[in-house]
Design a protein around this ligand. Sequence first.
Ligand code: GRF
Length: 220
Amino acid sequence: MTNLVPGTKLVIEEKVMINIGVLASGRGTNLQAIIEAVKEGKIEGQISIVISDNQDAFALKRAEQHNIETRYINFKEFKEREEYDREIIKTLKEKKVDLVVLAGYMRILSSFFINVYKNKIINIHPALLPSFPGLRAQKQVVEYGVKVSGCTVHFVDEGVDSGPIILQKAVEVSDDDTEESLAEKILKEEHQIYPQAIQLFSEGRLIIKGRKVFIKKRSI
Ligand code: GRF
């Protein structure tokens, strides 16, 4: 309880709660980590919608279990990528989404989509970019024989896994690691840094200058 001297104004700091839209095609463990971070108050925001291009994506079930609105959009109903993306954008706009989070979303976004949500789309990649972009990064890593890999959260631009880097976390690659065992190790770190990056965005602390992302110190 606050004891106020009469006439003193109580200034309560207003927290901005961003609306998050998640795009996911698969099992959705990153989505799960984000759902939990929101519940625990580690992210000042709410997941307003989860959209999938895959009707059977377990990500959709996870969202439903937490009473989060979902939408499956079948790309076969659209002639071109941009047309499909326009339908997604329509849904995101209806939900007033501030940040688009790609969580295992397996479709390439059109330039149109990237420009509508410029610097408001983020992705997580299971390698230390710019090394090993593209599909099956963990397999590429194991086959190449590097000793350290990890994960990267980055803004999405028009290239493949090439946008400005927000956060990275390294893991050691052991001699006996397989694609699967490495993926599992990396995934644990993904579940930590993805919610952290979303919270930094929500706090307005990510400043993009050219290729670089600067993280502003928290204002007191
Ligand atoms: C993760 O490895 C992520 O890095 C990549 O796709 C995978 C998605 O996994 N972009 P999940 O669906 O979040 O479990």
